[in-house]
Design a protein around this ligand. Structure first.
Ligand SMILES: Cc1ncc(COP(=O)(O)O)c(C=O)c1O
Length: 360
């Protein structure tokens, strides 16, 4: 299947160029990245590192220190951790194992990159449809039990924003040869860590958990994620992949945020408060449009159903410098759906006011 990267969202440079405006004048609600700058101390550290020519050298190929710093934060053996060039690189390796274990189920609508990863290895997969109706933000029981060998789970789910309960996933583990759980957004969800599967990797060798620092730090351009699974599996992946997949600045960033508990917790706290406050604001205001139905979300994006096609609306907002996520690239969604990511208060107000000019 063809993957249309233009429909992924986050094409901010391209859109700014088309509109003849600067990137700063665009409100990008199409990609779901936290809109806060990096902690000052971290930025300074990165700038100082460049000035001191640290990027002149190859990073430590064993990534010993990064593994250790992640290990301390999650209380997991360093040998059970493999940092990668974003979660996306690790999906590619997880997909290799998936292919070796049989057919994968991709609950849909879902994040398209798993399919890209599986296709790298000609690994077979099917889509299993998720119900598209739920009424609150409580952790929900994972709603389907696909009859496949491998199950891919996203927690919280993208694009729906649902948070799956850990207990419901734990009880599914014996049914599968392999379960891959993408927790890229989990740390930013208020109360999300309670549903994490990370510690289950200690006793379940058929489980891979994948995390990312992209969303939490707002560093999509730096590329750092990590897999947590049994050490034999990760050793195999490490032998096959490129020698230095994670760059020095990504290494430094990870070490600082994982070792500095105070900075880490302060950042999480700020994001959780913002999601609680702005999530409720956006949900309430979107609900006021008679033509829109935003679905309850636990994270920094909301899936919205419109009573009719919204492609014109998306185009009109784009001309006003506001990018929404067209959901046509998600299996089982069509032109009646869009996804919107939370912004700072001022921008959320601007989005709502602009929407009022086009819909009732
Ligand atoms: C559910 C999900 N997982 C992972 C990623 C990608 O993470 P990374 O930037 O670490 O590759 C995304 C990016 O949109 C995502 O939506």
């Amino acid at each position: 299947m063809k993957i249309d990267f233009d429909l992924h969202g986050g094409n901010i440079e391209k859109e700014a160029k088309k509109l003849g405006i600067s990137i700063e004048d665009i409100i990008d609600a199409s990609a779901s990245i936290v809109p806060f700058k990096l902690p000052k101390k971290l930025t300074k550290y990165l700038v100082d590192s460049i000035n001191s020519e640290s990027i002149k050298f190859y990073p430590d190929r064993s990534y010993f220190e990064v593994k250790n710093s992640i290990s301390k934060w999650h209380n997991i053996e360093p040998s059970m951790i493999l940092p990668g060039n974003g979660a996306s690189e690790l999906f590619t390796w997880a997909a290799r194992d998936a292919g070796l274990n049989g057919i994968s189920s991709l609950p849909s609508p879902g994040f398209g990159d798993y399919q890209r990863a599986l296709e790298c290895w000609n690994a077979p997969y099917i889509y299993d449809q998720l119900p598209l109706s739920w009424s609150n933000r409580k952790p929900q029981s994972f709603p389907i039990i696909p009859k496949t060998n491998v199950l891919w789970i996203t927690n919280p789910h993208n694009p729906t924003g649902q948070l799956w309960s850990r207990s419901s996933i734990e009880s599914l583990l014996p049914n599968y040869k392999l379960v891959i759980c993408d927790e890229a957004f989990l740390s930013i969800v208020p109360g999300g860590e309670d549903q994490s599967l990370i510690d289950l990797t200690k006793n379940h060798t058929n489980l891979i958990v994948i995390r990312s620092l992209t969303k939490f730090l707002g560093i999509a351009g730096l590329r750092i994620g990590y897999a947590i699974s049994n050490s034999d599996r990760l050793l195999k992946w490490n032998k096959m992949r490129d020698p230095w997949p994670i760059n020095t600045l990504a290494v430094y960033t990870t070490n600082m945020i994982m070792n500095n508990q105070k900075m880490h917790k302060k950042r999480l706290n700020k994001i959780h408060k913002w999601i609680e406050k702005e999530g409720s604001f956006l949900h309430a205001n979107l609900s006021n449009f008679s033509s829109l139905k935003p679905l309850p979300s636990n994270t920094n994006f909301q899936l919205v159903k419109s009573e009719g096609p919204i492609l014109n609306l998306i185009e009109n907002l784009k001309k006003r410098g506001i990018l929404l996520r067209d959901c046509r690239s998600f299996i089982n969604l069509d032109e009646n759906w869009f996804r919107i990511s939370l912004q700072k208060k001022k921008d959320n107000i601007q989005i709502i006011n602009t929407l009022k000019e086009y819909i009732s």
